[in-house]
Write a protein that binds this ligand. Structure first.
Ligand code: ADP
Length: 440
């Protein structure tokens, strides 16, 4: 329609001119056609000027609306610009989301140019290293000498571990990835937990080696002596007793290590069962009396018929460890008790003694593997240094709490406190549907 009008108007103007000319009004025809040409030129130059003005605007504005012959090109330019704007907005949105995600990464990221100047850093890196602005040398922010050497050496296959002044007590790992255009991506990751685990693991290996070396050296020494020297029967017997004693120590150590490792694996955790706690305690107290050899008074007070939901072998091992410690750390003539204490629905197995006690500063570390207050006493009584670590693990697996109260020279009290859901009172018959994890 617009095209017909834009074509029709010049044709009509030309027809009018021709009619005027044929009617003998040549001057009027010439004036008319001249006026039409001027109007046409003015129309085109007006829209051309508007378009030129629009294209020169610093900010994107709406395309001017054209009329007649200018309508269609103007519409097309407007549509093209709209599409471009939409695509640009989508791209900006995506870029914004990407930046927000990269900023939220727990790792610090920095992009370095070929001269090791920071081109860009995510929020974590800005926080960690105090990065501000851009195009500043990276060592302005990370000036640890080890890092500077690492950067200079250019050997980025292995990461670098270091601490940062902005996060005291944390350990970080730095990785650098070089690209073809000599830029580098620097990634900083907080590996405090992993470093702590590595330290625990290597301490553990060192401790186990140390614990095993002592009995092995003793066994080897006695065996060599027996091979090299002519000993009388009494001496031979004493040597063999020592060999047997140290091989038992090693055996206990290996058993405790295996127990710890199975307690640490959550995969093959046995199902809970109903433990007849009163019977278990009686048999454990009988064993403790044998261990004591009549040197202590050992009493037990557990209500008959009391039952507990848990892993039988583990609960037995925990109480056995506590009783064995009580016997080993209580001088002859002392008293030891094993009792069941119930309060506010919660129940606890309490092992108390009147033994040597533990100075307060050692209490927080007692459940660490191989932690001992008196190394010599622990060894001489056959201790492995793993007993309380085992008890603590067992308590955790039962959602129970291990409380240690002690006074040096006065005695100790170890409490294993269980939640009400694990306790079955003597007269109460449990409904299997409501008791947690009962064995089928
Ligand atoms: P150990 O095999 O050395 O007895 P444990 O892990 O069982 O190892 O105990 C850790 C340390 O806690 C012991 O070496 C001992 O110093 C102290 N301890 C444990 N139980 C008692 C107790 N009943 N009385 C005094 N000290 C104890």
């Amino acid at each position: 329609m617009m095209n017909a009008i834009s074509l029709g108007i010049p044709v009509l103007a030309a027809l009018i001119g021709a009619l005027l000319f044929r009617s003998g009004m040549e001057l009027a025809a010439a004036v008319w056609l001249g006026a039409c040409l001027v109007a046409l030129a003015a129309y085109h130059s007006y829209f051309l000027r508007r378009l030129t003005h629009w294209a020169g605007l610093p900010k994107m504005r709406d395309v001017p609306v054209g009329i007649a012959a200018w309508r269609r090109p103007m519409d097309r330019i407007a549509r093209f610009m709209r599409r471009e704007t939409e695509e640009r907005n989508d791209l900006a949105d995506e870029l914004g989301q990407l930046r927000a995600a990269v900023d939220r990464l727990p790792d610090g990221l920095m992009l370095l140019d070929r001269f090791n100047h920071v081109e860009w850093a995510n929020e974590t890196a800005r926080d960690l290293h105090g990065v501000f602005g851009s195009r500043r040398p990276v060592h302005h922010f990370l000036n640890d000498p080890d890092f500077v050497d690492y950067l200079d050496a250019g050997q980025f296959a292995r990461p670098l571990r270091l601490g940062l002044p902005s996060r005291p007590g944390h350990t970080f790992e730095i990785r650098l990835h070089a690209s073809d255009d000599a830029r580098k991506l620097l990634i900083v990751r907080d590996i405090t937990d992993q470093a702590r685990l590595d330290a625990i693991r290597s301490d553990f290996v060192a401790n186990v080696s140390h614990e095993i070396r002592t009995p092995i050296t003793v066994i080897g020494g006695f065996a060599e002596t027996m091979l090299e020297l002519e000993l009388d029967t009494g001496e031979q017997r004493r040597h063999l007793e020592s060999i047997a004693k140290h091989s038992q120590t090693m055996q206990r150590l290996v058993e405790d290590l295996l127990t710890l490792s199975s307690l640490e694996s959550a995969i093959d955790k046995p199902a809970d069962e109903t433990i007849e706690l009163d019977r278990l305690c009686s048999s454990l107290v009988a064993d403790a009396r044998v261990l004591s050899g009549g040197q202590h008074t050992i009493e037990s007070d557990v209500p008959p018929g009391l039952r507990l939901l848990g892993i039988g072998a583990e609960i037995e091992s925990a109480i056995r460890n506590l009783l064995s410690n009580a016997v080993r750390y209580t001088p002859a003539g002392g008293r030891i008790s094993l009792e069941w204490v119930q309060k506010n629905g919660e129940g606890a197995v309490v092992v108390a003694d009147t033994g040597i006690g533990i100075p307060a500063e050692h209490l927080p570390r007692l459940t660490e593997r191989f932690y001992r207050v008196d190394r010599a006493r622990s060894r001489s009584t056959g201790g492995t240094g793993l007993g309380l670590a085992i008890v603590k693990h067992i308590a955790n697996r039962h959602g129970a709490e291990l409380l240690i109260e002690s006074k040096a020279g006065k005695g100790s009290r170890f409490t294993l406190r269980f939640a009400p859901a694990r306790i079955i009172q003597p007269e109460f018959v449990p409904d299997p549907a409501t008791t947690p994890g009962d064995a089928p």
